[in-house]
Design a protein around this ligand. Structure first.
Ligand SMILES: N[C@@H](CCC(=O)N[C@@H](CS)C(=O)NCC(=O)O)C(=O)O
Length: 219
C-alpha cells in the first residue's frame, strides 16, 4: 500500500489542485474517489470537515487543499513550487488566498445558489477575473509564461482547475468571460500544455455531462 492516500472527487477543483501538485512533485500516491453527494458512512473519521480533498500520509491526515499543497511543498521540496524570496512567497500566497476567498467563493455561490440568473454574482466574477488580469499579470509585463514567472508554482495549480471547468458556468449560468483577458488566456494556454495537467485533464463535455447529472438534484 502506498504511504500516501489521496481522497478526492473528479469534479472538485480543490482536489484537482492537490492532484496536480502530487503529479508535479512525482509523489506516488493511492487515489480514492469520493462522491461528495454520497459519502461513505465513516467519511468524517477520514475528513473532519466532511469534504474532499484529504491527504493521508502514514498516520497523519491533512485537509484543506491550500494547506495540503503547502504540506506537500515542505515534505517533498523537489521540484520547488514556491519561490525562495519571502516577498515572492508572500505574493504567491496572496493569489492562492484570492483564489479561495474570491474566485472560488463567488463561483460556489453562483453554481450552488439555485438562482439560474445570478446577475450580481456574475458581475462580481467578471471583476475578479479582470483583477487577476490587471493586478496579477499586466502589472508584470515581462513575467511569463506562469503566474510568478518562468517557474510553475502553486498559484498556477490553484487557478488552473477553475479554467478547466469554465464551460459549466457558461452552460448552466450563462456566464461569459469579459473581454480583455488576453494575458490570462495566454497564461491558461501555457499551464494547459504541461504534461501533468494534460494527463488528468477532462474535456468541457465531460464536465457538462457530470454537472448535468448533479443539476437534476442540486442546481
Ligand atoms: N476549502 C476546502 C473546500 C473543499 C470543498 O468544498 N470540497 C467539496 C467538493 S469540491 C466537498 O467535499 N463538498 C462536500 C460537502 O461540503 O459536504 C478546500 O480547499 O479543500
Amino acid at each position: 500500500m502506498s504511504q500516501i492516500q489521496f481522497y478526492g472527487a473528479i469534479l472538485c477543483p480543490f482536489a484537482h489542485r492537490v492532484r496536480l501538485t502530487l503529479l508535479e512533485k512525482g509523489v506516488r500516491f493511492e487515489s480514492i474517489e469520493i462522491d461528495p453527494q454520497n459519502k461513505p458512512a465513516n467519511f468524517l473519521e477520514i475528513s473532519p470537515y466532511g469534504k474532499v480533498p484529504v491527504l493521508k500520509h502514514g498516520d497523519n491526515r491533512v485537509w484543506e487543499s491550500a494547506i495540503i499543497n503547502e504540506y506537500l511543498e515542505e515534505t517533498f521540496p523537489d521540484p520547488p513550487l514556491l519561490p525562495t524570496e519571502p516577498i515572492q512567497r508572500a505574493r504567491a500566497r496572496i493569489w492562492i488566498n484570492f483564489a479561495d476567498t474570491r474566485l472560488y467563493a463567488t463561483t460556489g455561490k453562483i453554481l450552488y445558489g439555485r438562482d439560474p440568473h445570478p446577475t450580481t454574482l456574475l458581475i462580481e466574477l467578471s471583476e475578479h477575473l479582470l483583477f487577476m488580469e490587471h493586478e496579477g499579470l499586466r502589472k508584470h509585463p515581462t513575467i511569463t509564461p506562469y503566474w510568478l514567472g518562468t517557474e510553475l508554482s502553486l498559484v498556477d495549480l490553484t487557478f488552473y482547475p477553475w479554467f478547466e471547468q469554465l464551460a459549466v458556468l457558461e452552460h448552466f449560468r450563462g456566464f461569459g468571460l469579459p473581454s480583455g483577458l488576453d494575458r490570462l488566456q495566454e497564461w491558461q494556454a501555457a499551464v494547459a500544455q504541461r504534461e501533468t495537467v494534460r494527463s488528468i485533464a477532462n474535456s468541457p463535455e465531460f464536465y457538462l455531462e457530470h454537472y448535468g447529472r448533479l443539476a437534476q438534484t442540486k442546481f
